[in-house]
Ligand binder design. Structure first.
Ligand code: MN
Length: 232
């Protein structure tokens, strides 16, 4: 019992996100994601666009700031999904939507990398999306922009280019569920904690990426994210 507080082996370092204008880093607790939160993307994925959004997750250590991201194994159809990412500085259960924004520490630009072929097979079979969504390096992220510096983005332009060609374009005003509504809804299912990241869904224009592609994303007032997919 004397060694009860020793680890069997050294734990891996905690997943973390860098913050614009701040030396300290944001420790990541969990990554939640919202599915089909922009009507036009829900339609391109074959739904009417009126279903309530739903949630899935990625492991905390899927976040990466690396400007070189590996093309993942076991897929022939890797897709980009640019998203506004909410970073929580506080949490709770059954959060009231009118209180939700006070829990937001900041925002970032993220890409929800998706093995679309595995996702399509999982949907067809009624199976989980873990291998389609929750793989290593599946959450490239920009620096966090604290609310105290940038405020809450309202009707911000969100875009993604591949090799300089526009692919995704939208406005955060077109989200089916707003950021406060997402936080309130998620907190019915999970106790939210400081350190949680929430990917809030993607605008239309998702499509495939190839090894060597250069991805550049921007959300007005939040920041920019750029990375290159490694050649295998
Ligand atoms: Mn997504």
């Amino acid at each position: 019992m004397s060694a009860a507080h020793d680890w069997l082996f050294d734990p891996l370092p905690r997943a973390a996100v860098e913050i614009a204008g701040e030396e300290r880093r944001f420790p990541v607790h969990r990554i939640y994601c919202v599915g089909q939160n922009y009507r036009a993307h829900a339609r391109e994925m074959g739904d009417s666009g009126r279903e309530p959004p739903f949630f899935f997750s990625k492991p905390a250590d899927a976040v990466t700031h690396d400007n070189s991201v590996p093309y993942p194994p076991m897929t022939g159809n890797l897709h980009h999904e640019v998203e506004l990412v909410v970073a929580l500085g506080g949490g709770g259960r059954s959060i009231d939507p009118t209180q939700a924004l006070s829990l937001v520490y900041g925002y970032a630009v993220g890409v929800d990398l998706t093995r679309r072929d595995l996702q399509a097979a999982a949907k067809k079979a009624g199976r989980p999306w873990t291998t389609a969504k929750g793989f290593d390096h599946s959450a490239p992220l920009s620096l966090l922009q604290p609310v105290v510096a940038g405020g809450h983005p309202a009707a911000a332009e969100i875009s993604l280019e591949v090799n300089g060609e526009p692919r995704q374009q939208g406005s955060t005003a077109d989200m089916t569920w707003s950021v406060p509504e997402i936080i309130a809804e998620l907190s019915k299912y999970f106790e939210l904690r400081a350190g949680d990241l929430i990917f809030t869904g993607t605008p239309p224009g998702v499509g495939p990426l190839s090894p060597g592609d250069v991805v550049a994303c921007e959300i007005e007032g939040v920041g920019r994210l750029g990375f290159r997919l490694q050649e295998s």
